[in-house]
Design a protein around this ligand. Structure first.
Ligand SMILES: *[C@@H]1O[C@H](CO)[C@@H](O)[C@H](O)[C@H]1NC(C)=O
Ligand SMILES: *[C@@H]1O[C@H](CO)[C@@H](O)[C@H](O)[C@H]1NC(C)=O
Ligand SMILES: *[C@@H]1O[C@H](CO)[C@@H](O)[C@H](O)[C@H]1NC(C)=O
Ligand SMILES: *[C@@H]1O[C@H](CO)[C@@H](O)[C@H](O)[C@H]1NC(C)=O
Length: 260
């Protein structure tokens, strides 16, 4: 039927993603293919769900599976360069699995597969590369968290946040922890020290960082005496010059029983 006249390149190995974050699924041709002939189809291999489609010179969101609506993106400058990689945003657990990138021209076709493995806690160099890409303007400032944490009332909980940059922690303008819904400041770290007065009184004596970990870029929050009202989303945000980046961690499971 079709002959393979162009080479496609996919990922070198399984990909990892952060829950709620973004992941780039690589798929590119050695040389750009003529746009007027081009069809690019990304599918799940297990469910056959159509993740994203480019056909007859246009992106076709209407053909897309509902699960991926608004979350799958081709790269703006990609097609002209033969780069048919897919950027998947707002990653969910269900996104784990195998994907296939099928590329057609009038006479030829080829395909590669990509696998998303490990959604969530794994911190690897690969993940950092993907995150720095998805953060766009903040290329050199990357903030990584675990996405979720849980605790029981009265306990202590650690909300993970790693700041990866080439800037020493002491030169970071600030790292702030905020409760997302009320925009309440939980902890402010500015020019190498915690600024206790900046924190909301609800958190002032309960929130701390792991001092010894700061030089490694570990700005994980240690919240003591957890209260039911602590449940919710927290943002860890780092600022340096014109750069800023953040991660959101949902604190859940505040109860006395594990099935909460
Ligand atoms: C992705 O997440 C952001 C932030 O939580 C939200 O504003 C946006 O609506 C989400 N987009 C989709 C397509 O779910
Ligand atoms: C495709 O574009 C992405 C985003 O700009 C980039 O990271 C990737 O290296 C490109 N792939 C190729 C083969 O150029
Ligand atoms: C952190 O730095 C940014 C950038 O300079 C600034 O806009 C923000 O107000 C600062 N936040 C705090 C709590 O100092
Ligand atoms: C940050 O430090 C805390 C306390 O030692 C630790 O539990 C956590 O795993 C560290 N996070 C990272 C990403 O290393």
């Amino acid at each position: 039927l079709f002959s393979v006249a162009f080479l496609l390149r996919g990922p070198a190995g399984p990909l990892v993603a952060q829950l709620g974050g973004s992941v780039l699924l690589p798929c590119s041709a050695e040389t750009p293919l003529p746009l007027e002939e081009l069809e690019v189809e990304w599918r799940r291999t297990d469910s056959e769900a159509l993740v994203h489609l480019f056909q007859e010179g246009e992106v076709r969101p209407e053909s897309q599976s509902y699960d991926y609506s608004g979350r799958a993106h081709f790269l703006t400058e990609g097609f002209a360069a033969g780069n048919y990689s897919l950027l998947l945003t707002n990653v969910t657990r269900a996104d784990g699995g195998l994907y296939i990138c099928k590329v057609f021209t009038n006479l030829d076709s080829n395909e590669i597969t990509a696998e998303i493995k490990d959604i969530g806690e794994t911190l690897t160099v690969f993940l950092k590369a993907i995150l720095s890409l998805s953060l766009g303007v903040s290329e050199r400032l990357v903030v990584i968290g675990t996405g979720v944490a849980s605790a029981f009332v009265g306990d202590e909980v650690t909300l993970d946040c790693s700041v990866d940059s080439h800037i020493p922690p002491g030169e970071l303008e600030n790292v702030t922890w905020k409760k997302k819904d009320q925009e309440m400041l939980v902890l402010v770290f500015r020019y190498d020290q915690i600024v206790p007065v900046s924190a909301h009184e609800l958190y002032r004596d309960r929130a701390d960082l792991f001092t010894a970990e700061i030089p490694k870029g570990n700005f994980s929050l240690r919240l003591k005496h957890v209260r039911p009202e602590d449940k919710g989303e927290y943002i860890c945000e780092a600022h340096s010059g014109h750069l800023s980046a953040n991660t959101i961690i949902a604190l859940q499971g505040l109860g006395k029983t594990t099935d909460y």
